[in-house]
Each structure stands twice: as C-alpha cells, then as structure tokens.
Design a protein around this ligand. Structure first.
Ligand SMILES: C=C(O[C@@H]1C=C(C(=O)O)C=C[C@H]1O)C(=O)O
Length: 223
C-alpha cells in the first residue's frame, strides 16, 4: 500500500466515525424537538437562537484552544444547526393581514416580510431597548445577546437572500413588557406565525410565566 492510500484509509475511517457521531447528534436533536413540541404546546419553537449562540461560542473557544480555525468551526456548526432547524421550520410564514392597524406599536423601519425594527450592526442600542418587535441578523447577535436574554422572546428565523449568506431572527418583547407599554393592545404571532392584533379582554394574562391563555380554552396561544 502506498503512502497516499494509507493516508486516505485513515481519513475514511475518521469520516465513518464522524457520520456515525452526526447521526447520533441528529437523533438527540429530534428528541429535543419532540420534547419541545410536547411540553411547549403552541408556544413550540424548535429554534433557540440563544442556545445556538452559546453553543457556537463554546465550540469556537474549544477549537481555538487546540489551534483549530474558529471560522471553520463556526461555519460547520452553523450549517449543521441550520440543517436541523430548517426542515422543521421551513413551512412557516409570517404575514400581517391588511386590516390590522399597528398604531401604538413602535416600529423603527420596514423590513420584508413584516414591518419591524431592523437592527443593523451600527444601530444605536437605545433604539433597541424601546422596540416591541425586531429583526436582527445572526452575525450581529453578539452585541445584543444580554439584552435579548433578559427582555425578548424569540419568534422566528427568516432566510436571507443568498447573497448575504446570513439568517435574520425576529424577537418580540416579553408579554409583561408589552402589556405595560401598550396597555391592552399589541401584536403577536400565533403558532402559525401569523401576526394578529390582540385585545387583552379575550385573554387571561399570566405575567409571571410570560404567557397568556384564550379565555374559555385551555390551550395556551402565543408564539
Ligand atoms: C437541539 C435544540 O434545538 C435546536 C437545535 C440546536 C442544535 O442543533 O444544537 C440548538 C438549538 C435549537 O435551535 C436545543 O434547543 O437544544
């Protein structure tokens, strides 16, 4: 056996193990999805950008400590996670029905496919902290992560156009904050990710758990 064949055999052995490990990872991700679906009801969201962010940071740090290229690990994980996420979420679309007024809701700019605050990398932070709903590119998450953790609920990923090669993520204020700020009316995305204007009279609010329930129904009905 020549040297090249020997090298390649060793690579093939490792690749075989890699596929096996990836299969095991996907199996667990599927179990997580089932678990979330079961425990979160219509609040179900398969994607958890903050967990993804933490995971990526951790793997990048480990990679750097053993002299591996962080960008490679980043790309690898983002592909891996997107793949897991998108087959679950790809049929969901957000739209605002034309008869819904967004009066009283702070919107900073218009961004396809829904009006919302769109955060670019140089956006001033104090504009963010007043927003009800906003969209942020994944690559800019870093600057806002603490704020997001404390104040926002994740709603939805939007696939960017392929030139930008990034995904955007829509977050929404926690319900308790919306309630305080708008005194009865705000917009929300239901489990089909349609945006609807909400009047609190129809809902039982549970500010402690940051959720609300349609009166006369046991099903939680937000996000
Ligand atoms: C597996 C999960 O669900 C999704 C998939 C993730 C992954 O592939 O590691 C991470 C976060 C979520 O977007 C989870 O929440 O842990």
């Amino acid at each position: 056996m020549n040297k090249l064949t020997d090298f390649r055999n060793r690579i093939d052995t490792i690749d075989g193990r890699l596929i096996d490990i990836l299969r095991k990872r996907f199996d667990i991700v599927e179990d997580v999805g089932d678990y979330k679906r079961l425990t979160m009801g219509t609040a179900f969201s398969y994607i958890d950008p903050i967990r993804e962010y933490d995971l990526l940071e951790k793997q990048i740090a480990i990679a750097a400590s053993i002299y591996m290229e962080p960008q490679m690990i980043k790309n690898l994980y983002r592909n891996l996670i997107s793949f897991a996420n998108f087959h679950e979420d790809q049929n969901l679309k957000i739209h605002i029905p034309s008869d819904i007024s967004l009066d009283g809701i702070r919107i900073i700019s218009l961004y396809y496919p829904i009006p919302m605050c769109y955060i670019s990398s140089n956006f001033a932070f104090n504009n963010v902290s007043n927003s009800d709903i906003f969209c942020i590119e994944y690559r800019n998450l870093n600057a806002y992560i603490d704020f997001l953790r404390d104040n926002m609920l994740y709603i939805y990923h939007i696939e960017e156009n392929s030139e930008k090669k990034d995904r955007s993520i829509i977050f929404c204020c926690k319900i308790s904050k919306l309630y305080d700020k708008h005194n009865g009316i705000f917009i929300f995305a239901n489990h089909e990710k349609q945006i609807t204007k909400c009047d609190f009279s129809e809902y039982k609010i549970n500010l402690e758990d940051d959720c609300f329930t349609l009166l006369g129904s046991s099903a939680p009905c937000i996000f």
